[in-house]
Design a protein around this ligand. Sequence first.
Ligand SMILES: C[S@@+](CC[C@H](N)C(=O)[O-])C[C@H]1O[C@@H](n2cnc3c(N)ncnc32)[C@H](O)[C@@H]1O
Length: 367
Amino acid sequence: MQSFLKKLEAAIQWRLKEAYLPPHRHKHREWTHHDLQFFAKGADLLSTAFTEGRSILPKNYFNKKEFRSAYLLYFVLQNFVKVYKCLEQLVPGPQSLVHSPLKILDLGSGPGTAALACSVFFKDRPLEVFAFEQNEGSRKDALALWQKLAPSHHRLSFVRCPTPPKGTVDICIAANFLSEVPFNQQIDFCTSTLKHSNTFIIIEPALRITTRQLMKLRDILIEKKKGVVLAPCLHQKNCPMLAAGPRDWCHFYIHWKCPQIIRQVDQIVGNKHDYLKMAYMIFGATRSQEYTPGSLWRTVSSPLISKGKRELILCGDCGFLKKIDRLNKDKSPHNFVFDQIRRGDIVEWPDKSRVEKEDKIKIIRKF
Ligand SMILES: C[S@@+](CC[C@H](N)C(=O)[O-])C[C@H]1O[C@@H](n2cnc3c(N)ncnc32)[C@H](O)[C@@H]1O
């Protein structure tokens, strides 16, 4: 994936120059710092809108070239990595996907971020992606990037409705799209999507309000038996974090090698992207058998380090949250794995709240 990120970065720079830079700024063929500054203002505005509330954005903000170009510059690389991470989380794994070519539906595709991530993730398999996108400029961006980057055995076409042209798709992806649909329409939207998708991946920015809405939506879809959640949850009970109070939200971090172009924008706008934050849910029509219930827990906090101890919050296949800790004095070669557990990792642990000197804790799957 890392080598593809470099190609994507170069293709984005090419697209920005070709389609968005006014002709009088076309002096240099290569990408310059002046080009970067030209687009960075829009990136700053979009970034504020995505973190503080989209109400400051005009409706159909992608109608403005300023925002489409800023999105290409600053968000596509980040969202590409988030989609790729979710594909790695597929439960059961990609071998269970049966269509040939594999069929993917990319909802609110924008410049085709999720489509490209699928093209890289499934690089050895024939692939057909249907993209649903209202904005013509974004559709053109998606096509331009796709033609430059995707192999010839992968195909991209656009659909007018948020459904595949016929039959079902293996995976439907709504990356940073659902929060653009009013909450009262999201249940119907997801219900209909689940009817024609074997797996449905939703990715949202890791903001407290947006993520808690996603957690709520999850509970409703499960309660109404519209589908089952495959990840990050290990159970089908109501979300215990949502029930615990208004403070927390279930989100995850991706550690990555931040591309240069993003670092450069960060320097101009005063942001940092050493790691990416996201909230996600993967739904399926039926429950996966990959994990047999019993003592499995998803780590849903970063390590909480205080004087004398290290703590983690876990969400179990039993449907409960639990805080476990290990006193510094009990650190031992038996339980050293406790120091390696990060947010998102799945661990095996009996129903105990303290890791003691002789205890073994096992990481079943790194996030
Ligand atoms: C934040 S962008 C996400 C783009 C891409 N999925 C990504 O993650 O990088 C949301 C996209 O959804 C599209 N969109 C919003 N409402 C839509 C609708 N009702 N029908 C089709 N596309 C829509 C917007 O035009 C925009 O391209």
